[in-house]
Design a protein around this ligand. Structure first.
Ligand code: AMP
Length: 462
C-alpha cells in the first residue's frame, strides 16, 4: 500500500532523521525549517538503505533530498570517491555541487568535486587527485575521466541519476548505463526524473534493486504557489499579447518559454527591438554566452529571459515572479516543470500560457494532468458580480463556520469562464478548502485551489 504524505501531516522534521548536528546546523543557516514532501519521502527511503525512484521537478527541494543522506554517510577519513551524482547539464552539476557545499559547510574533510565538459579536464583531474568523496558530473565527462583511469568507482556506495529524463532526451542514456556498469554491485541507487518515459522506467527496472517510489504530485507546485492563466492568440498576435501582458503586469523577473531555438532567438530579438531588456538562452549559443546570460539573469541585471526548455534546465533562480508559455510544450509534465520556475518553495508566482487554436489539445492535456481548468487571463473582461445563488452559499458557509458545525466547505467555481456560474457545494467534509465565487485577476481569486481539498503531495510505495 502506498504511504501518502500530505503537507498537513508533516510527520517528520529534519531532526527526526538523526542527521549529524553539523548538517542540521547548516540547514538552520539556510533557513530550511521543515522538509519538503520530496525530502521527507526520499530521506526516509535512502536512510533505510533502499534504492528509490523520485518523480519530482526542480523546485521541489530534491537536491537536499538526496544530498543530505549522502553527506550523512560519507566517511571523511577516506579520500575515496564514495558518491556519484550524474546530471544532464553543466549548469545543473554546478548548482548541485554548490548546494551540496552549503549543506556540508560544517563537515570537516568532505570534498565535493564537480566535473563537466567544456572546461579543462586537467584541473578537474587535479581536484579528483586531492580526494573528492562526492563527484557531481555530466555523463560525458565522467566517462572520459573513467576511461583515462582518473576516476575510480570501486568504493562508490551511492549513485544518484538526477533529471534522468533529461539525460535521456540529450542522448546520454548509453553513457549512463556504461558508467553504472563500472560501479560496484550492492551500491545504493536513486533515480530522479520529472517525467517517466518508458526508457527511464526500463532503466530503473534494470539498474535499481526493488526501489521505493516517491512521487510529488504536480499539484503541490502548481496549486499552492502559482497563479495560472491562459490567453488565446494566433501566430504574431502572441507578440502583441505579450507586450500587453508586460505593460499590464510589469513583471519584475520573467522567463518566457518558447519551443524552438530559432523561435526563442527571434522572440528575444523582437522584444529587444521594442525596447525591452531581454536575453535569449538556447542550445545554439556557445557555453560562454549561455553562462554570461545566466549570470546576468541571476544577478537581476536582465529582467526578461526567453528560453527553451532544455537550456533552462538546472537554472535555479528563486526570484522569478512570472512565467510565460509563449508556446505550450508537447508534454503536459513540461508545463508543470516550466511553471515550477516560479512559485519556488514558499513563494508565490504567476504563470500565463498563450494558446493558439492548434494548441488547444495540448491545453486539454495540461488541464487533465492538473485535474482542473485554467482560468482565462481577462484584462478586458469585467469582474463578474456574485450571483444570488453564490451569495446564498457564501452566507451559508459563514453561518456554518460560525456555528462550528463544519470545518470548511468547498465552493467550486472553476467553470465560470465557460459560462456556467453555478457553484457546487461539496458538503461538509473535514479539512476541505473553501473558495468563494467571483472572478478577476487578484491573487487567490479562483484558480488556485485544487477544489478537491485533499491534495496529496507525496506518495511512497514499496
Ligand atoms: P531544488 O529543487 O533542490 O533545486 O530546490 C529548490 C529551492 O528550494 C532551492 O532554492 C532550495 O534552496 C530551496 N529549498 C529546498 N528545500 C527547502 C526546505 N526544506 N525549506 C526551504 N527551502 C528549501
Amino acid at each position: 500500500m502506498p504511504r501518502v504524505i500530505t503537507r498537513k501531516d508533516h510527520i517528520l522534521r529534519f531532526e527526526d532523521f538523526d542527521l549529524q548536528p553539523e548538517i542540521l546546523r547548516a540547514l538552520t543557516d539556510l533557513g530550511y525549517t521543515e522538509p519538503t514532501p520530496i525530502q521527507e519521502g526520499t530521506m526516509d527511503a535512502l536512510l533505510r538503505d533502499k534504492d528509490m525512484v523520485g518523480q519530482a521537478q526542480t523546485g521541489s527541494g530534491k537536491t537536499a533530498a538526496f544530498m543530505l543522506p549522502i553527506l550523512d554517510r560519507i566517511d571523511p577519513d577516506s579520500k575515496d570517491l564514495q558518491a556519484l551524482i550524474l546530471c544532464p547539464t553543466r549548469e545543473l552539476a554546478l548548482q548541485v555541487a554548490d548546494a551540496s557545499r552549503s549543506f556540508a559547510k560544517y563537515l570537516d574533510n568532505v570534498n565535493i568535486v564537480p566535473v563537466y565538459g567544456g572546461a579543462p579536464i586537467v584541473e578537474q583531474i587535479t581536484a579528483l587527485n586531492r580526494g573528492g568523496q562526492i563527484v557531481v558530473g555530466t555523463p560525458g565527462r565522467v566517462l572520459d575521466l573513467l576511461r583515462r583511469g582518473k576516476m575510480i568507482l570501486s568504493d562508490c556506495r551511492m549513485v544518484v541519476l538526477d533529471e534522468a529524463d533529461e539525460m535521456l532526451s540529450m542522448g546520454f542514456i548509453d553513457d549512463v548505463r556504461d558508467i553504472l556498469k563500472r560501479t560496484p554491485w550492492g551500491k545504493q541507487t536513486a533515480l530522479f526524473s520529472a517525467t517517466m518515459p518508458d526508457p527511464i522506467k526500463k532503466l530503473a527496472e534494470e539498474e535499481l534493486h526493488t526501489p521505493e517510489f516517491v512521487k510529488v504530485a504536480s499539484k503541490e507546485i502548481t496549486v499552492d504557489t502559482v497563479e495560472q492563466r491562459v490567453a488565446f492568440a494566433e501566430g504574431r498576435d502572441k507578440l502583441e499579447l505579450l507586450e500587453r501582458f508586460i505593460q499590464e503586469m510589469k513583471p519584475p523577473t520573467m522567463i518566457i518559454f518558447a519551443r524552438t531555438k530559432i523561435g526563442t532567438q527571434k522572440l528575444a530579438d523582437d522584444l529587444k527591438r521594442r525596447g525591452h531588456k531581454v536575453r535569449a538562452l538556447h542550445g545554439d549559443m556557445g557555453q560562454g554566452a549561455r553562462d554570461s546570460v545566466m549570470i546576468a539573469f541571476r544577478g537581476k541585471r536582465i529582467p526578461i529571459l526567453v528560453a527553451t526548455d532544455v537550456a533552462s534546465r538546472g537554472l535555479d533562480v528563486s526570484h522569478v515572479t512570472h512565467v510565460v508559455n509563449y508556446d505550450l510544450p508537447d508534454e503536459p509534465e513540461v508545463y508543470v516543470h516550466r511553471i515550477g520556475r516560479t512559485g519556488r518553495v514558499g513563494r508565490e508566482g504567476f504563470a500565463i500560457s498563450f494558446v493558439a487554436n492548434k494548441e488547444k489539445p495540448k491545453l486539454d492535456a495540461v488541464e487533465r494532468l492538473l485535474k482542473r481548468k485554467i482560468q482565462r487571463w481577462g484584462i478586458d473582461e469585467p469582474v463578474q458580480p456574485l450571483t444570488p445563488e453564490q451569495i446564498a452559499i457564501a452566507e451559508e458557509i459563514e453561518a456554518a463556520e460560525e456555528s462550528g458545525e463544519v470545518d470548511v466547505l468547498v465552493v467550486e467555481n472553476e467553470n465560470s469562464q465557460q459560462g456556467s456560474s453555478e457553484p457546487r457545494v461539496e458538503g461538509d467534509a473535514p479539512k476541505k478548502r473553501r473558495r468563494r465565487g467571483g472572478r478577476g485577476r487578484g491573487k487567490g481569486n479562483g484558480g488556485e485551489g485544487s477544489g478537491s481539498g485533499d491534495a496529496p503531495v507525496a506518495v511512497t510505495a514499496d
